[in-house]
Ligand binder design. Structure first.
Ligand SMILES: NC(=O)c1ccc[n+]([C@@H]2O[C@H](COP(=O)([O-])OP(=O)(O)OC[C@H]3O[C@@H](n4cnc5c(N)ncnc54)[C@H](OP(=O)(O)O)[C@@H]3O)[C@@H](O)[C@H]2O)c1
Length: 329
């Protein structure tokens, strides 16, 4: 008798637990779906007016790829642009393009972020007197053109420091330079370019992946500190975008072009402070988290597969480069 009563209690307890779990997931998924609709769909219709942050936007790594696309899109939305990169010639080309197409003012600053601390006083000097509403900390580099083991990084002594200077120091120092005037005005927007490669540990991209999780944590902490003072810090974690960094891989439903990525990602401003940038990348992030979680990526089996894949890729790239060279001759 007592046994069947116990069974009844246990059954009700299990029912309650099952119901509560189902309700928890139902609410969680409904919330996630609503967030997705808001951040990636409604944001296309009701866009934040980016001119509200201030007159100028500063973009690092602004002459190619995602940085150039952000600079052009920001100009299209009515901001004057400061472009920062290494090559004076490319800077001029992008600045002429922006001035003629969108009738916005531009300034160019030539700087090589791999050089470390020495570049910031000159950048600070050239930014003096500008009302900077938006800073896009976009510049970033990988340590090799492809996936490699850490000890196979070419010229490691120099390259490792360069990657840290370019991917980490630039974000922290540029934020330090520009944040004070935003705090003083009680408004501003920092956009920091992290990567999906920083969302989970990524063997064969070890240092790159580690620098990107730094950017993510730096951005999220800074957002928590400065949002109450009117400054939004948005962290963007793209998947594959077709740029020089990704060997201009063909655009397809999973790989975005830089211009369409920048357009979508800028639409999410005001809707999310931590975003994949566009809906297809957000969906890939969810799928990867479920089907290819961190523990699996770090398993010897997967690392071995990635090593093999990297070797095949290297051969393909070398063959393609040899073909191009032949054609040129
Ligand atoms: N492409 C992707 O699939 C992808 C995915 C996730 C995250 N990201 C991130 O997005 C950002 C932009 O990537 P991207 O693919 O657009 O790169 P990209 O095509 O290689 O363009 C890099 C830009 O940065 C400039 N640059 C490079 N090194 C520099 C340095 N040392 N100092 C100053 N400027 C420098 C380059 O111009 P100059 O040569 O004229 O200096 C260029 O304008 C990076 O932070 C990257 O990690 C990219």
């Amino acid at each position: 008798m007592a046994g069947s009563e116990e069974c009844g209690y246990f059954g009700s307890y299990l029912c309650f637990l099952g119901g509560a779990t189902a309700l928890y997931y139902l609410l969680k998924w409904s919330w996630m779906t609503w967030q997705g609709v808001k951040v990636y769909m409604l944001s296309n219709i009701w866009q934040t007016d980016l001119r509200e942050y201030g007159q100028w936007a500063v973009v690092t790594g602004a002459t190619a790829g995602i940085g150039r696309a952000y600079a052009i899109e920001l100009a299209r939305r009515g901001l004057d642009i400061v472009l920062i990169s290494r090559s004076q010639e490319k800077l001029r080309r992008v600045s002429d393009d922006i001035e003629s197409r969108y009738r916005r003012q531009t300034r160019v600053i030539q700087a090589d972020f791999t050089e470390g601390h020495s570049v910031y006083p000159a950048i600070a000097d050239q930014l003096k007197g500008l009302e900077i509403g938006i800073l896009v900390n976009n510049v970033g580099m990988n340590y090799a053109g492809m996936l490699v083991n850490y000890l196979d990084v070419p010229d490691p002594e120099k390259r490792i420091t360069e990657v840290i200077n370019c991917n980490i120091l630039s974000v922290t120092q540029m934020s330090r330079l520009i944040l004070p005037q935003m705090v003083e005005r009680g408004k501003g927007l920092l956009i920091n370019m992290s990567s999906e490669a920083g969302s989970q540990p990524q063997p064969m991209l070890t240092l790159y992946s580690a620098t990107k999780i730094f950017v993510t944590y730096f951005s999220r902490c800074l957002h928590a500190e400065y949002q109450p003072r009117g400054v939004t810090v948005q962290c963007v974690t793209p998947f594959m975008v077709s740029t020089n960094m990704t060997h201009n891989i063909e655009v397809n439903p999973l790989v975005k072009s830089a211009s369409s990525f920048a357009r979508d990602a800028l639409n999410t401003v005001g809707y999310s402070s931590f975003t994949s940038g566009c809906i297809t990348h957000a969906l890939q992030h969810i799928a990867l988290t479920i089907f290819f979680p961190g523990w699996l990526r770090l398993s010897p089996f997967c690392v071995h597969r990635v090593e093999k894949f990297a070797q095949e890729m290297k051969q393909q790239i070398e063959a393609r480069m040899a073909q191009c060279q032949k054609k040129q001759e």
